[in-house]
Design a binder for this molecule. Structure first.
Ligand code: ARG
Length: 268
């Protein structure tokens, strides 16, 4: 009798364990929400690093602390067209690829450049915007080429392609920080001689900080932005045609005009 009870306990525990595991099994981060009209829509989680005006930044002007920008408008347009609700998760840039790898995010838009190394871990859409690397420094310091950075302290964002670019520059002492605004601040107060930042982002920071200047690094190849997905994600096949249409019909160009010609707030 005692043995039978023991056996029953084991079977019961096993069944419960299976039931609990099944109920909690992660299926990406997709969750279903019922909208007012009663229609079911799946929520997709987009991870970004909202320190990158005008791609993505926190709009402190309205008091809403909402994340806005070029990437956000594109993400909203695509998810809306595909019938998904969108949730945005703001994390450090170097945490974005891990977030995709662990399925904590369904996709990433963060002005992220597809590289061979990143392609080992995530899938990319086609490139929707092109940028160039620049040297940001105090105005009139004469730091205009990569050679000028020999013996200088150079700030870059941790985990960005600029970190790799800076490390290639002979004699540069590279410091990697998590947020772009921190790097700009360090250049302003003279703790860093320069920073390597993409042109459209540098332009905004220089507009609000006239004591700084930026110079495009001439021999540096172009860097583009693409949407990143977990490897093998079926979402890529859904997003790609919409993105391609938005590139072809001028929607992306219109959004670029909206965001890249506006003055950028000082704090992001
Ligand atoms: N394009 C660069 C890269 O992919 C920098 C992107 C930084 N993005 C950001 N949201 N801070 O590495």
């Amino acid at each position: 009798m005692k043995q039978l009870k023991f056996l029953f306990t084991i079977i019961f525990s096993a069944v419960m364990a299976i039931a609990i595991t099944t109920a909690c099994a992660p299926s990406g981060t997709d969750t279903s929400t019922t909208t007012e009209g009663g229609a079911e829509s799946t929520t997709l989680t987009m991870a970004t690093s909202a320190d990158y005006p005008p791609y993505e930044f926190i709009d402190s002007s309205s008091g809403s602390q909402e994340i806005v920008g070029f990437d956000i408008d594109i993400a909203r347009a695509i998810t809306e067209e595909l019938g998904y609700a969108l949730e945005i998760d703001n994390i450090d840039f170097n945490g974005l690829i891990p977030a995709l790898q662990s399925n904590r995010a369904d996709f990433v838009m963060a002005g992220m450049t597809p590289t061979e190394e990143r392609r080992q871990n995530v899938d990319f859409s086609e490139i929707y915007f092109i940028a160039q690397n620049t040297i940001v420094s105090l105005a009139d310091t004469g730091l205009t080429t990569a050679e000028d950075l020999d013996g200088k302290t150079v700030g870059v964002q941790l985990g960005s392609i600029q970190e790799g670019v800076a490390q290639e520059i002979a004699g540069a002492n590279v410091t990697a920080l998590t947020r772009i605004s921190e790097i700009v601040q360090e250049v302003k107060v003279g703790r860093l001689d320069a920073a390597i930042i993409e042109d459209s982002v540098a332009k905004g920071f220089i507009e609000s900080n006239p004591d700084l200047e930026f110079n495009v690094i001439p021999e540096q190849g172009e860097a583009g932005s693409a949407i990143a997905f977990p490897q093998g994600s079926p979402l890529a096949a859904e997003f790609n045609p919409v993105l391609e249409r938005m590139i072809a019909d001028g929607t992306i160009e219109g959004l670029a005009e909206k965001w890249f010609s506006e003055a950028i707030p000082e704090e992001s």
